[in-house]
Design a protein around this ligand. Structure first.
Ligand code: SF4
Ligand code: SF4
Ligand code: SF4
Ligand code: F3S
Length: 344
């Protein structure tokens, strides 16, 4: 097994603004199209966007264990293929070639599906008129203390010096899957055709050419910031370290994740008589704390107070940054256009 806390010189980070994410799945599809169309990869979605509150992908992943508990590596449970959601087969031949016209419609064939990558979309929680939900994009956190790395008996997982990405040497991977048990975010898939595990590669071939990851660059909501966390001038650094409005998901699992989230703000509570209770939030703060920890209260407070400044016509550097007038400022040095480069 490898050292639990590999030191790296540099660390890239994602900051996802949950007030900007519209749940469109463009990030998921951008990743899918680019990286997981090979043999055994059909059910893989390295980037997933699920509705919260919700059970997510794989189903109930937050209850599966992993990470570090009481300072020790904790091997959790391996998600099943059914919990991730299998790749469905559809009746394309019937719809497009059978001549049935409007009498045939697209549907999965075989045993009825029981779960999928975005099965509980838009269900959320609460009841009308106080129903609530938000979207939570997730990918490998390229953790600074990657439990997956320590768990591998074959030293197949490593953390790169130049950007802190957590990658797998597939020549060394023997399909042991203890990495997947140890990852508390359950972001590792098993490829049954090639007998290796796979997870987000941080789009490293793009980073090496100065291009932002596909899930970041393709986001139509300008919801994702990317750059070096250790660069004091980078927007991700300012959001995480200076303004402290971007927080890791489930920091209590102690893997030191490098995907951070601007917490979602909430509309106020509607009373039974239809009047608005400005003192109460529809999205329970306790729920946000269960995801982003106690610091979420201060982060929400900062966001609300900076928004209030703008409403009064006063300047706010934080709001200007989050509005992202200039998309290049969102991506640190990774602003090159992938269409202008030659890819081998
Ligand atoms: Fe959210 Fe952007 Fe992904 Fe769409 S592409 S789901 S807006 S993060
Ligand atoms: Fe490893 Fe999971 Fe962290 Fe990714 S999110 S680096 S797979 S522990
Ligand atoms: Fe997929 Fe690249 Fe985003 Fe990772 S960084 S989820 S490989 S698009
Ligand atoms: Fe190691 Fe995971 Fe492969 S534990 S051997 S990287 S499946």
């Amino acid at each position: 097994m490898a050292d639990a806390t590999p030191s790296t010189h540099r660390q890239v980070a994602w900051v996802i603004d949950l007030n900007r994410c519209i749940g469109c799945q463009t990030c998921s599809v951008a990743c899918k199209v680019l990286w997981t169309q090979g043999e055994g990869e059909d059910p893989m979605w390295w980037c997933t966007v699920n509705t919260k509150p919700g059970r997510g992908t794989p189903r109930d992943w937050e209850q599966m264990g992993g990470g570090y508990r009481n300072g020790e590596l904790a091997l959790g449970r391996l998600p099943t293929a059914e919990e991730f959601g299998e790749a469905w087969e559809f009746n394309h031949a019937e719809v497009y070639e059978s001549g049935k016209g409007q009498d045939a419609f697209l549907k999965p064939i075989g045993a009825p599906p029981t779960w999928g990558m975005n099965w509980d979309e838009d269900i959320g929680a609460g009841t009308f008129p106080n129903a609530h939900f938000f979207y939570l994009p997730r990918l490998c956190n390229h953790c600074s203390r990657p439990a997956c790395l320590e768990a591998c008996p074959n030293d197949a997982i490593y953390k790169r010096e130049e950007d802190g990405l957590v990658l797998r040497d597939e020549d060394r991977c023997k399909g042991a899957q203890t990495c997947a048990r140890a990852c508390p975010y359950k972001k590792i898939y098993f490829n049954p055709a090639r007998k290796v595990s796979q997870h987000c590669i941080g789009c490293f071939p793009r980073l090496e050419k100065g291009v932002a990851p596909a899930c970041v660059r393709q986001c139509p909501g300008r919801a994702v910031f990317f750059g070096f966390l250790d660069d004091a001038k980078a927007t991700v650094h300012r959001l995480v370290r200076e303004w402290e409005v971007a927080l890791p998901l489930h920091a209590e699992w102690n893997t030191e994740p490098n995907v951070f989230y601007i917490p979602p703000l909430s509309t106020p509570w509607i009373r039974e008589d239809g009047s608005v209770d400005e003192s109460r939030r529809r999205l329970p703060t306790g729920y946000l704390e269960s995801l982003f920890g106690p610091r979420v209260r201060a982060a929400v407070g900062t966001l609300e107070s900076e928004m209030s400044k703008r409403r009064q016509g006063r300047p706010s550097e934080l709001m200007k940054t989050l509005i992202a007038y200039d998309w290049k400022e969102m991506l640190g040095p990774f602003t090159r256009d992938p269409a202008e480069l030659t890819w081998s």
